[in-house]
Design a protein around this ligand. Structure first.
Ligand SMILES: [Ca+2]
Ligand SMILES: [Ca+2]
Ligand SMILES: [Ca+2]
Length: 236
């Protein structure tokens, strides 16, 4: 609805029409990255402590350190190849570092639609998460209402929380429905909790990060513009 309104407002300004033909842009999206790598260029496996495979992958903007205890996120890198998505979170060093694998919650909104999936009690989260990755386990949303923390366990994936200053995940694209893009929020279910980004708890319009796996081809955006132009002509 909003996208249609925007498209009409922008009328036939070509550049604007191409932008709005893409997925709806939420004001709370802080960053949208896409970092394709060669198949198998990144290794995620417990016991593999070589992080040089992440060299050259940009970080998303940093989370404050000291805003949480036990698990305190600093930054994330995300990349993908033909089969998998890879995430690498840096953690602030702790006085008493612990692994806490299952306390790392990664909320993935794979349809880029906040009105589907988990959005937290009272809707305090910025996205509607269709999948949850909790340590090495992954789940699909199963709540009867969007504020119900209810999930179907689907299986396990490669997750490495050793050493304790970072975590790495390898998510097969197929197990999260082969999305072209997803919005993400990272949460440490410790006390106090850490949210990354911090603005993720601001509800609708709150902050989140987006990762794009398959960019929308410009030709499709132009096709959308053509259909729109024909529709407009018919309406007159
Ligand atoms: Ca933090
Ligand atoms: Ca959703
Ligand atoms: Ca935070």
């Amino acid at each position: 609805m909003e996208g249609n309104t925007m498209r009409k407002t922008l009328g036939f300004a070509l550049a604007g029409a191409i932008m709005t033909a893409a997925a709806p842009v939420n004001a709370g999206m802080l960053e949208n990255q896409s970092n394709p790598v060669a198949n198998g260029a990144i290794t995620v496996a417990p016991g593999n402590n070589d992080r040089s495979d992440w060299n050259g992958i940009p970080f998303y903007q940093a989370d404050p350190t000291g805003d949480a205890a036990a698990i305190d996120y600093e930054q994330v890198q995300i990349a993908h190849d033909d089969d998998n998505v890879y995430l690498h979170f840096l953690l602030a060093p702790q006085a008493s570092p612990q692994f806490f694998g299952f306390m790392h919650n990664l909320f993935l909104d794979t349809d880029l639609d906040r009105s589907t999936g988990y959005f937290g009690g009272g809707g305090f989260l910025s996205t509607g998460a269709d999948f949850l990755i909790q340590g090495s386990s992954y789940f699909s949303f199963a709540g009867g209402t969007q504020d119900a923390f209810a999930w179907n366990f689907l299986g396990g994936l490669a997750f490495d929380d050793f050493p304790t200053t970072d975590i790495e995940l390898k998510i097969p694209r197929a197990v999260i429905g082969n999305p072209n893009a997803f919005d993400l929020i990272q949460n440490a279910a410790t006390n106090p909790e850490d949210y990354y980004p911090n603005g993720a708890t601001a509800g609708a319009g709150g902050d989140f990060f987006r990762y794009t796996i398959v960019p929308e081809p410009a030709s499709l955006a132009l096709m959308g513009l053509g259909v729109f132009a024909i529709t407009r002509r018919k309406q007159r």
